[in-house]
Design a protein around this ligand. Structure first.
Ligand SMILES: NC(=O)c1ccc[n+]([C@@H]2O[C@H](COP(=O)([O-])OP(=O)(O)OC[C@H]3O[C@@H](n4cnc5c(N)ncnc54)[C@H](OP(=O)(O)O)[C@@H]3O)[C@@H](O)[C@H]2O)c1
Length: 298
């Protein structure tokens, strides 16, 4: 039986779905069983536990052959100390793994997580890796995922209005865009059949590297807008725009740091691109299936 934490989120739901489709027993953990009803309908045992409650999480993990461990959500825009939130969930997951006696974990991390500093919210994933990997007797595989394709969905409204997406990244810089469904599916696959020992790291780099300029071109083609462009936002404008949307100073500072880390290559992929570090969903497919309907509805 495999336990999927964060089963209500994007990667967790995909991990649970992948394992259920393969006939494996799954315990899907989230803060509300109501939001896990679709997984229950597919045969999952659904389990309510708050990720910041280590005792409840330890109960949820007990008896598992393997666990998918994830800090969710992606970020909390108005949080005054998002790193503190990440540390609280990481401590809780680590304590739960220790107390439950689980010995195999697939954890979700990020490109850039090898660095302790200068990577925005990825610093919290670095600390998560360090903390959980220090539990004796546990084999942990860290999936260091690239830049989520789903980040583009935040732009669907302004894309429709202005025929433009904007971000702090250099226009031509190749980015390892990866789809969250592929990440979850890979987590499920590794839990079911993977062989890793001690602490291992596997980067998930997406189908191919794609620059923001190329992503804008793919969107333009998909929505039939020849004038669709990408605009690189300055650090100050990006920060001001986030603050204007109600993002806390703490989270806005982190997001600005992400842009700087990626542009300076401080955050970069370090493993060679191979079949194992690649995932199937192309940017064209993602834009067609996920982005375009959101764009048309905006
Ligand atoms: N964005 C990127 O480019 C990128 C790249 C690499 C790694 N990552 C990492 O990926 C992880 C996110 O994974 P994901 O995309 O699977 O998560 P996600 O889809 O963002 O998770 C959403 C779920 O989080 C739960 N949630 C919402 N608010 C919460 C709160 N205040 N406290 C606790 N839980 C809350 C909800 O589930 P329930 O209500 O069911 O609990 C919700 O369905 C993060 O650790 C992020 O750093 C992101």
């Amino acid at each position: 039986m495999f336990v999927i934490t964060g089963a209500g989120g994007r990667t967790g739901r995909a991990a649970a779905t992948h394992l259920l489709a393969g006939g494996y027993r799954v315990r899907a953990v989230g803060r509300s069983t109501r939001r896990l009803a679709d997984l229950a309908a597919r045969g999952a045992e659904v389990w309510e536990a708050d990720p910041s409650d280590p005792a409840a999480l330890a109960e949820a993990l007990r008896g598992a052959d393997g666990v998918y461990a994830v800090i969710q959500p992606n970020y909390l825009p108005d949080h005054p100390d998002f790193g503190g939130f990440q540390d609280q969930v990481a401590a809780s997951l680590t304590q739960a793994v220790t107390e439950s006696g689980v010995t195999r974990v697939v954890g979700l991390s990020s490109w850039g997580a090898g660095h302790a500093e200068g990577t925005g919210p990825v610093k919290g994933l670095h600390r998560f890796e360090q903390r959980l990997s220090s539990v004796p007797g546990v084999d942990t595989l860290w999936l260091r995922a690239g830049y989520f394709m789903e980040n583009l969905l935040d732009h669907a409204g302004t894309a429709r209005t202005h025929h433009r997406i904007s971000a702090p990244f250099e226009p031509g810089l190749p980015l390892p865009f990866v789809c969250t469904r592929d990440i979850g599916a890979r987590a499920g696959e590794e839990l079911a059949t993977g062989a890793w020992h001690g602490t291992e790291i596997l980067e998930l780099q997406g189908e191919r590297d794609v620059s923001m300029r190329e992503a804008a071109g793919v969107i333009g083609t998909a929505v039939g807008a020849d004038d669709f462009t990408y605009e690189q936002t300055s650090r100050a404008d990006f920060h001001a725009a986030l603050r204007g949307k109600g993002v806390s100073a703490n989270v806005a500072d982190m997001m600005v740091e992400v842009g700087e880390a990626v542009n300076s290559r401080h955050t970069r992929m370090e493993q060679p691109r191979t079949a194992r570090t690649s995932t199937p969903t192309s940017i064209e497919r993602f834009i067609e299936v996920e982005f375009t309907p959101r764009y048309r509805a905006a």
